[in-house]
Design a protein around this ligand. Structure first.
Ligand SMILES: C[S@@+](CC[C@H](N)C(=O)[O-])C[C@H]1O[C@@H](n2cnc3c(N)ncnc32)[C@H](O)[C@@H]1O
Length: 281
């Protein structure tokens, strides 16, 4: 690449921003306010440089008019998603999972219910959330036998899914993992810490767009984690997604959401259990 291409900077007109805002909404459900103009330029300029394009209008045409645009649409989506996450983020959720939800599921099985547990991490980003769930579940069930346990972990962003599937994290990223879990469930490698196979095998990673009308889930799940994903959606998208979660949860199943999110306006579908934890009505 010539130095000129490496350093080329871009600006976006109001009209171009409108076009990209609509396209990003259609592709991801992410709603960008007017304040996000600079963010769009910052995140997408790299793609314009890589494709050697003059401006955002050319990029929009590239994405919408070329028959082979689908792989570039994946790049666009990967650039616009916000992937911030942590191991044991909002730790009270894991305390509640361990202290209330899992004992209840064990109790149901002891009264003849199935020895089956399905948890879905929807918007799993780089994997810290589903692996935190898997470690909590593995530790809780360590003395139990005959259980069929799977954690489904989905995201729209193919780059984060690739990272999550590998399960290798630099040292600073595993700082929130409790010491005994770090020893039990990670291996030290040259790159940092690698999630052990027994935990990785519990998690199935898949690309899934939460905007899709239907989700390809084989059976209803016991618990859904969808945390810090709906904040990027508008009210209509959120309401439709919560309706779909309702259909995919078993009766009395739990929905965990992010710290700044609420389902208070959806009382007909979910009852409030505690801060950011709801239960299917
Ligand atoms: C901020 S991260 C949250 C990660 C994790 N749930 C947590 O709370 O730590 C939001 C994730 O949602 C994903 N996402 C955004 N829109 C999505 C969509 N329409 N379908 C599936 N995932 C989406 C993003 O790619 C990103 O990885």
């Amino acid at each position: 690449m010539t130095p000129d291409l490496c350093t080329r900077t871009y600006t976006i007109t109001d009209r171009e921003f409108e076009l990209f805002r609509d396209l990003i909404f259609r592709q991801t459900g992410i709603h960008l306010s007017d304040r996000k103009k600079n963010l769009v330029v910052a995140r997408l300029s790299k793609r314009l440089r890589a494709l050697d394009l003059e401006n955002f209008t050319e990029y929009y045409r590239f994405l919408t008019e070329r028959p082979d645009a689908s792989s570039e649409l994946v790049n666009l989506v990967n650039r616009v998603t916000t992937n911030k996450t942590d191991f044991f983020r909002e730790n009270h959720h894991f305390d509640f999972l361990r202290g209330d939800v899992l004992p209840e599921i064990l109790e149901n099985a002891s009264r003849g219910g199935p020895k089956k547990l399905r948890i879905w991490s929807a918007g799993c980003s780089t994997g810290e959330e589903p692996y935190s769930i898997a470690m909590t579940v593995h530790d809780f069930f360590s003395n139990e036998r005959g259980w069929d346990i799977k954690i489904l972990a989905t995201d729209l962003d193919t780059e984060v899914l690739g990272f999550a599937y590998r399960g290798v994290y630099p040292s600073q990223r595993v700082a929130p993992v409790p010491g005994p879990f770090l020893t039990k469930y990670f291996e030290r490698t040259a790159e940092g810490y690698s999630v052990k196979r027994q935990i990785r095998d519990m998690v199935i990673f898949r690309r899934l767009d939460l905007m899709d009308a239907m989700f390809p889930l084989k059976s209803q799940v016991d618990v859904i984690f969808c945390r810090n994903v709906m904040i990027y959606f508008n009210d209509e998208t959120k309401a439709s997604l919560v309706g779909k979660f309702h259909r995919h949860l078993r009766n009395d199943g739990y929905l965990f959401i992010g710290h700044s999110e609420s389902l208070m306006h959806m009382k007909d579908l979910f009852t409030f259990v505690r801060h950011t934890v709801y239960r299917k009505v």
